[in-house]
Design a protein around this ligand. Structure first.
Ligand SMILES: NC(=O)c1ccc[n+]([C@@H]2O[C@H](COP(=O)([O-])OP(=O)(O)OC[C@H]3O[C@@H](n4cnc5c(N)ncnc54)[C@H](O)[C@@H]3O)[C@@H](O)[C@H]2O)c1
Length: 278
């Protein structure tokens, strides 16, 4: 009589909480002083991870660290400008010195420039690519080097719905995010044999300081009426009638960071309220 095959492998499956738990793991998050990066750092800490958070905005970083302390292991906070490779390498070294390992690396830091191509200046293009693209590239490299030694790890890159849509005025931002999508797939193929996964998250509209550029008046101030109308318009673009929150994106990051997504690599996850469905 042949042995019955256990297709479900039920006896070796983790429970739901085991699959999502991050206790004993270390997560590096760039761009953690604000918005989505802050939300991701908070949630990964809530799931038990030790967080190493960085940003150029030191005051915001301190606020994130104090929010994390309320619900997870205390964060290690350090200033790092992702446009400088030396800062990224120093961030990786600090994480290893403090916790001996890096299991999760989330490249969040980015800027947006809203400028028609005919008015774009060379220094704007250079700066945006240095942060949004080179910062992610060297972040993947720094994480990959350390994760390769460990034989495991999860890299998460923040992309955007803007990386898949041509929007007048957003050429620099959109092309940087399209490049992040391709980079993520290449990283997944190069690093997969070392047990490292790499995925991107391409959010739809989330109300954070980054989006405020859309709601400025001619004097450069935020116009509350323009903001309210803009948010309503973006919500209406979704079949669900909503915009996202940093927590919505953080939950996607938790999935990609944890063993729950052990079969997922090279993918672009799109929490966007159904605004774009390629
Ligand atoms: N908010 C949205 O609707 C939205 C949608 C799609 C994608 N995203 C992406 O999500 C990520 C987070 O965006 P957000 O909305 O939270 O924006 P945000 O402006 O609130 O946060 C970005 C953070 O990056 C930091 N940063 C900027 N330049 C840096 C540098 N050189 N080095 C280190 N840190 C730097 C900023 O100080 C800030 O804390 C970005 O990659 C963004 O492109 C946002």
């Amino acid at each position: 009589m042949s042995a019955k095959h256990d297709f479900d492998q039920a006896s070796s499956q983790p429970t739901i909480s085991e699959a999502f738990a991050l206790e004993g793991r270390t997560a590096v998050v760039t761009g953690a002083a604000s918005g989505i990066g802050r939300g991701i750092a908070q949630l990964l800490a809530e799931a038990g991870a030790r967080t190493v958070i960085s940003d150029v905005n030191e005051a915001g970083l301190r606020q994130t660290a104090s929010l994390i302390e309320r619900s997870g292991p205390p964060a290690i906070a350090t200033s790092a400008d992702v446009s400088r490779r030396t800062d990224i390498d120093a961030l990786a070294d600090l994480a290893v010195a403090e916790s001996g390992r890096i299991d999760i690396w989330v490249n969040v830091a980015a800027i947006i420039v809203n400028r028609p191509i005919l008015e774009t200046q060379e220094d704007e293009l250079d700066r945006l690519l240095a942060i949004n693209l080179k910062g992610v590239y060297w972040g993947c490299a720094a994480a990959g080097r350390l994760m390769k030694e460990a034989g495991s790890g999860s890299i998460i890159n923040l992309s955007s719905g803007g990386g898949e849509a041509a929007v007048p005025g957003l050429s620099l931002y959109s092309m940087s995010k399209a490049a992040v999508n391709m980079l993520t797939r290449t990283v997944a193929k190069e690093f997969g044999p070392y047990g490292i996964r790499a995925n991107a998250i391409a959010p739809g509209w989330v109300d954070t300081p980054m989006g405020l550029h859309s709601f400025r008046n001619e004097a450069g101030e935020i116009d509350p009426d323009k903001r309210a109308a803009g948010l309503q318009q973006r919500a209406q673009a979704s079949p669900l009638g909503i915009t996202g929150t940093p927590r919505d994106i953080a939950l996607a990051a938790l999935y990609l960071a944890s063993d729950a997504s052990r079969f997922m690599t090279g993918q672009i996850l799109r929490p966007n309220g159904g605004v774009a469905m390629p």
